[in-house]
Design a protein around this ligand. Sequence first.
Ligand code: MRU
Length: 365
Amino acid sequence: MSETPLGTRVRPIDTASGRLRLLDQRRLPREETWIDCDSADATAEAIRSLAVRGAPLIGVAAAWGLAVEARRLAGADGGFDASWAAAADRLGKARPTAVNLRFGVERMRTAFRASAGRPPAERVALLEAEAARFEEEDREACAAMGRHGAAWIAAHLGADPAGPLRVLTHCNAGALATTGVGTALGVVRALAAGRPVAVFADETRPFWQGARLTAWELAKDGIDVTILPDVAAASVIASGKVSVAVVGADRIAANGDVANKVGTYGVALACRAHGVPFVVAAPRTTLDSACPTGRDIPIEWRDGAEVLLLDPAGESPLSVAPAGVPALYPAFDVTPAALVDAIVTEAGVSTAPHADGLARLLALP
Ligand code: MRU
């Protein structure tokens, strides 16, 4: 197996010369348009509207949004510290579940405090440097997760299967959700560097992160991908066509319970019922030791109206349900730790009991 994961041609964030541009993921795969974020509030709106999404990427986008905000405020009159702090509070609340958002904001708050007393231009430069470091760490973490995850899967599955290794994934935990090769799809890319791999991408209604985003980025990088209706995942797993499921995470509790895109729990149940390994790949910025169990993880409930539309982020969303009938949209679910065979981080792999495994990984440098 190759030591280095395959790279990617996909890059959803552009931070050249201290500005922040985000690929508008609502418009993929139809068109590649970019949003210029010139303030923390513009960044928060991009996060809320799912123009930018995916736990690690929203953490990095928030960090850059706060560097951009400092630059904006440095040119304005007075109130620099108070205005920046209020903007950081608003940005940190843009979405509740992915703890990476809070992590990115906290990291910038620490850098902001450390820069106190310096001239505004210097503080801006220090914040930009911190955001760039955070971005680079995410890129490196993705590459390391790819290596650890591919090695664990190779060891766990034993002999190469006849034909390609068949990986099922849910949502998009790829290059579009990070600043590197992705978390779950970083593992896929690392596997694909050493053997033929075929990916089943759950479509992930109602925003279609699988059908629109995972399929787009894997096709762009030349990795075999087939879209599955979400409702077919269990029967395809039962049919023996899936070698391993690999997904990302938005927050992992101290006991190893995993919050990820709604539908992940069902995939994990089907995997356990049919003896298919279920693997979660996430950087340590997704581990939240302040949440003892999954019950403590805040779950984002989005507007049920989004479920009633065929393409809620599209230009002319089509309603499929009778007028006046409501819908529920919990955007994430929690998979109990007992169903998770491996949690892959940049520092190594946790296996059951995850409470011990994660504590060990968090203690590593
Ligand atoms: O609502 P989204 O698209 O932000 O949800 C994203 C997911 O659930 C991903 O699986 C998760 O953030 C991991 S991304 C590397």
